[in-house]
Design a protein around this ligand. Structure first.
Ligand code: ZN
Length: 415
């Protein structure tokens, strides 16, 4: 009984720490009085917990404001130097490692190119790059390894959070990669592994185009196509965390082959490689592609080549009929895919991101909206805003850094 009471008191204190730390993080700088109003905690509880957080150097004073007739009120915020966060973007075409302070200001960055599909085809070198990158950003920033709160890793594919974290890549016939176990051979830092789209979606919800929304879908298009679905403020994951594989929903029965092994997937129509393949075939004078043509994310070419070629098509759309035709087709399929998201999830916002998504959206967003309107149910469509992501094309590492940050805030700053 006594033990249970002790545990309850400890849980309560940790809960209060977490509540106040979250408010300080997202609303700060704020005064103790405002914290009381925001959280409903008594002024005594606020003072005690804030005292602990100040002593732990997780919170610091940030000036003061006049109050009506009374003494000036001290403002408080989470201390940017209270710890470091590392985000790792294992993309289709690169590994990027970024080290941030607690306010998510980037302090160091390291990058290495990959050939698409590298993680699932041959995981060991990718793991080697990640470990090299971790050492590199810690050395570059001068951070104490002990001050690193955790490492978030965003990967393509389905991440199953079971007894051991398994990454199931999108390509048919590959085995699951035990990424956490492989990384453990080279680091003791706390690891948080998740799908890159989910991680990037969390960053957009916290700091970007999703701020203030409770129901949103972040639709990401690059070499691959994925989505982060947020319902009532919480990521929707499904039974084994595979939800959000929007790129592999079917837009054409009996359609083009996809690397997942199925045919007619959205990714095989709007993924960056799919758009490039369509354009190339047209430029060579070949006819309409059918089943069996290349899908998105093929292994040919580097990521930079792919991005440059894609940007060239978008740039040429003003003057060249073939480029315009290919982009309009992509916009039409994308509209169908977005309409499915609206009809299934009734979001307030659809946030289009990813490097190819931003390029496409920057050029043909009105066409995408019009196509969506023609496929979605009228009422939910009218209640959905469709806009572009705000954190840029390279926000996966930032998103990955929100994984250990979320844990840090949820546990009240426990290491
Ligand atoms: Zn597919």
């Amino acid at each position: 009984m006594g033990q249970m009471n002790r545990r309850t008191v400890r849980d309560l204190r940790r809960g209060n720490r977490s509540t106040l730390l979250r408010q300080l993080y997202f609303q700060g700088p704020v005064s103790r009085q405002e914290l009381g109003t925001l959280t409903g905690l008594s002024s005594g509880s606020v003072s005690n917990v804030v005292g602990d957080l100040l002593a732990d150097e997780l919170v610091e004073e940030a000036g003061s404001v006049e109050s009506d007739g009374g003494r000036p009120r001290t403002l408080l915020r989470v201390a940017p130097g209270g710890g470091h966060l590392i985000g790792v973007d294992v993309g289709e075409t690169h590994v990027r490692v970024e080290l941030f302070d607690l306010a998510l200001t980037e302090l160091a960055r390291w990058e290495h190119p990959l050939t698409p599909g590298g993680l699932e085809r041959d995981p060991e070198p990718v793991v080697g790059h990640i470990l090299t990158g971790l050492d590199a950003v810690i050395a570059k920033s001068g951070a104490e390894p002990g001050a690193v709160i955790g490492v978030g890793v965003g990967v393509p594919g389905v991440v199953e959070q079971g007894d051991e974290v398994l990454v199931h890549g999108p390509t048919a016939g590959r085995d699951a990669v035990p990424l956490e176990r492989l990384l453990r051979t080279g680091t003791d830092l706390p690891l948080f592994i998740d799908n890159g789209a989910t991680a990037q979606g969390q960053a957009e919800m916290w700091f970007g185009a999703g701020r203030g929304a409770d129901n949103a879908v972040i639709a990401l298009i690059g070499s691959g196509v994925g989505a982060a679905i947020v319902t009532a403020g919480v990521p929707y994951r499904g039974a084994t965390s595979s939800a959000g594989e929007w790129g592999h929903t079917v837009v054409q029965v009996g359609g083009r082959a996809c690397r997942c092994g199925a045919v007619g997937c959205l990714e095989a129509y709007v993924g960056a490689q799919a758009v490039l393949d369509r354009y190339e075939r047209g430029a060579r004078g070949a006819g309409e592609g059918g089943a069996g043509d290349g899908g998105a994310g093929g292994a040919d070419g580097s990521g930079e080549d792919q991005q440059a070629a894609f940007a060239a098509i978008v740039g040429a759309a003003g003057s060249e009929a073939r480029a315009r035709e290919v982009l309009e087709e992509a916009a039409a399929y994308l509209g169908a895919g977005i309409a499915d998201l609206i009809n299934l999830f009734n979001p307030e916002r659809i946030i289009l991101g990813g490097w190819a998504g931003l390029l496409l959206g920057g050029r043909v967003l009105p066409r995408i909206r019009a196509a969506t309107a023609s496929y979605a149910l009228r009422r939910p469509y009218a209640q959905t805003e469709i806009g572009l992501a705000e954190l840029g094309p390279d926000a996966v590492a930032l998103g990955a850094a929100t994984l250990p940050l979320a844990h840090f805030l949820a546990t009240g700053g426990a290491r």
